[in-house]
Design a protein around this ligand. Structure first.
Ligand code: GRF
Length: 200
């Protein structure tokens, strides 16, 4: 694949965005950091983008209340900054048809479990890890997958495992998986940029 030009969508903390930004700044990942979009004007990820000097935008139903306008604004903003790979990291919304069509096969998401288990609507944040513990799983993990019209649904690009420990709580498991996510998103992008992982 040509030089990665990353456009991020994130709703809250943006620790995965930060991990990717740091990897680029340290020279561990060869990619351009083009733009950060958040549906939440107060989100930490907007502050992270500001600190890193990356163009950032608040685009939401508040800024674009008319149906279809938000989808177009997201697509246009990604295009304006010449994004060629869209990185979802803790983005709590579904993308609209214009963005999905324009960037089809070039949108990735990270999920804190081994999909297809523990995914879908409502499976985010603590609920994922709660469900993993409740099911008595001994192994959980991280999935990076293509994005389509449904939550956590597109084809899997890469997965890695994280053990569930006997004394794990929701918080301890979430923390350990999130740490792994940071490392694994960067690694997966490195593999994409080197052509080791080929996007469909
Ligand atoms: C991560 O667990 C990610 O897998 C999920 O949302 C969380 C986002 O964390 N989609 P952050 O915003 O990157 O800190």
């Amino acid at each position: 694949m040509e030089l990665l030009r990353l456009g991020f969508l994130s709703s809250h903390g943006g620790s995965n965005v930060q991990a990717i930004v740091d990897a680029c700044k340290l020279g561990h990942l060869k990619a351009e950091l083009c733009v950060v979009i958040s549906n939440n004007s107060e989100s930490k990820v907007i502050e992270r983008a500001r600190q890193a000097g990356i163009p950032h935008y608040h685009l939401s139903e508040k800024t674009h209340p008319i149906s279809g306008h938000l989808d177009k604004a997201i697509k246009d903003t990604l295009e304006k900054h010449e994004t060629n790979l869209v990185i979802l990291a803790g983005y709590m919304k579904l993308l609209g048809p214009q963005t999905l069509t324009r960037f089809r096969g070039r949108i990735l998401n990270i999920h804190p479990a081994l999909l297809p288990k523990f995914g879908g609507k409502g499976m985010y944040g603590k609920s994922v890890h709660e469900a993993v513990l409740k099911a008595g799983e001994q192994v959980t993990g991280v999935t990076i997958h293509m994005v389509d019209e449904e939550y956590d649904h597109g084809s899997t690009i890469s997965q890695c495992k994280v053990p569930v420990l006997d004394n794990d709580t929701v918080d301890s498991l979430m923390e350990r998986v999130l740490e792994k996510e940071h490392e694994f998103y960067v690694q997966t992008l490195q593999r994409i940029s080197e052509g080791v992982i080929k996007l469909p």
